[in-house]
Design a protein around this ligand. Structure first.
Ligand code: NAD
Length: 464
């Protein structure tokens, strides 16, 4: 039996929860049940699956308060916990509305008139989803929704850092037949994650680069496909002539959503020297206006650092930047309040590209600002990274698109931040560099991850 895992409360630092991962045999039996039920799930057809997924949205509404309370305890923040639940329902409904078009099997004519060709999609039987702690519910389900609609059963292993939401969420799933037979969620840590890879047919992993590498290696040894959604160190470039206040608003929003605990958070800012001073002042003012929710969970934009070890990373990055000559314009400290840890909204000036804060993933509400002179220099700085998740460019639209197109990243947000959710069912993007691997999570690609293509080629009867 795996050892129980203690779970820390991010607001109090207290160990007030414990999970007991299943042993391998018990986990195998639960995944086998999913596999057995998958045939029936395919058999009910797409409309049956859509009905079940929409029924899940209603079930989540019936269990809204317990799910919200657990998510809030997991993460120490209120508003983004509400957003996660609303987001889950919104994504589910959007995917249900587009599943039919996405799953329509491509039928093509054969170039040989004596051959009849038909393309079929065959879903994998069971997908394994391994997810991180920063958005526990959404990142557990974002790929599962497409897998389920495609006809694949799903075994999810969320982070052991934020497992409280699992029980109330499973209580909602249990009310939806036959979805409850093909969707299961397992408590556990890395060992359980490894077993999920072993027991399923395809893995979607969202998490860090080092763990992603281990997941990839384990799956490769078994010839199993893997999709990796990893970290980032996303740049924002402010062009000359940009409105400094608009740029500051976008950058601060991009750097502080979910207290910066966001894979595509703005983590490096390159401002043209002509507006550096004005832009920096406005960023500082906006950061200083943000409130940490230390006293009340629903009073303040910035929640605690969810994973305590992350506080050490933030502290080390800030210390390294200061030691190499950066100036702290505001914030700069990790504060402890009643046992929880919060990172002050922080702005750093005089940063250089060799600082850890510009090279590594940060995952905190920190804005390091650097000046640039030429567009070539801005592109070179933005591309000076191992990552390639997304990038923000602010300024004249045509110039921004042109410059942004030269940045090695799968998403480019022009004059806004992370607008991917707004562009609908067909928009796709890949993660470049070490930010990930595999087909697009977004658009129709999100479904295609769980489908194999079968070609049926029939020799027509001679008389036909
Ligand atoms: P992590 O890599 O530590 O853990 C992620 C998951 O992997 C957890 O469920 C964990 O239990 C599991 N795991 C650990 N060891 C394993 C192993 N050997 N085999 C299988 N599974 C194993 O990541 P984290 O700290 O939970 O999350 C933060 C990271 O996630 C950041 O790097 C962030 O950028 C990234 N992230 C990426 C996206 C994206 O969409 N690209 C979204 C959110 C977070």
């Amino acid at each position: 039996m795996p050892l129980p895992i203690d779970v820390r409360n991010p607001r109090t630092g207290a160990i007030d929860h414990r999970i007991q991962p299943l042993d391998f045999d018990a986990l195998s039996a639960r995944v086998a049940r999913l596999r057995n039920a998958q045939r029936h799930w395919v058999g009910i057809g797409l409309q049956g699956r859509i009905a079940a997924m929409l029924a899940l949205c209603d079930a989540v509404d019936r269990h809204y308060q317990p799910i919200l309370a657990a998510l809030s305890a997991d993460t120490g923040r209120h508003e983004w916990s509400v957003n996660e639940i609303e987001g889950l329902k919104g994504i589910t409904r959007m995917r249900c509305a587009t599943a039919e078009a996405a799953l329509a099997a491509a039928t093509g004519d054969s170039s040989d008139p004596t051959l009849r060709f038909q393309q079929q999609y065959v879903p994998y039987e069971v997908a394994g989803i391994i997810s991180p702690w920063n958005y526990p519910l959404i990142l557990a389900m974002i790929d599962a929704i497409c897998a389920l609609l495609a006809g694949t059963a799903v075994a999810i292993k969320p982070s052991e850092v934020t497992p409280r939401f699992i029980a109330p969420f499973l209580a909602a799933v249990a009310e939806v037949e036959p979805l409850r037979d093909v969707l299961d969620v397992f408590e556990g840590g890395g060992e359980t994650g490894g077993w999920i890879i072993d027991l399923t047919d395809v893995t979607v992993f969202t998490g860090s680069v080092p763990t992603g590498r281990k997941v990839q290696e384990r799956a490769a040894a078994q010839f199993k496909p893997v999709f990796l959604e990893l970290g980032g160190s996303d740049p924002a470039v402010i062009l000359p002539g940009a409105d400094a206040d608009t740029a500051a608003e976008i950058v601060v929003r991009g750097a502080t959503e979910n207290s910066g605990q966001l894979c595509c958070a703005v983590e490096r800012v390159y401002a043209h020297e002509s507006l550096l001073a004005d832009f920096t002042d406005r960023v500082v003012a906006r950061m200083q206006a943000l409130k940490m929710n230390t006293d009340r969970i629903d009073d303040g934009e910035l929640g605690p650092i969810i994973f305590a070890r992350q506080a050490d990373i933030l502290r080390a990055q800030i210390d390294d930047a200061i030691a190499r000559g950066a100036r702290v314009l505001t914030g700069g400290k990790i504060v402890e309040h009643a046992g929880g840890l919060w990172c002050e909204p922080t702005v750093l000036a005089d940063v250089t590209q060799d600082m850890a804060i510009m090279r590594d993933e940060t995952f905190g509400p920190i804005v390091p600002i650097m000046a640039y002179r030429t567009e070539d220099e801005a592109v070179a700085l933005a591309n000076d990274t191992a990552f390639g998740l997304s990038a923000t460019v602010i300024g004249d639209e045509a110039r921004a698109v042109e410059l942004g197109s030269r940045i090695n990243a799968g998403g480019l947000w022009v004059n806004d931040f992370d607008t991917m959710g707004g562009v609908g069912a067909r928009a796709e993007k890949n993660a470049f560099g070490q930010s990930g691997m595999g087909g697009s999570r977004y658009g129709y690609g999100g479904f295609l991850r769980f489908l194999r293509k079968k070609a049926i080629v029939v020799r027509k009867a001679r008389s036909a």
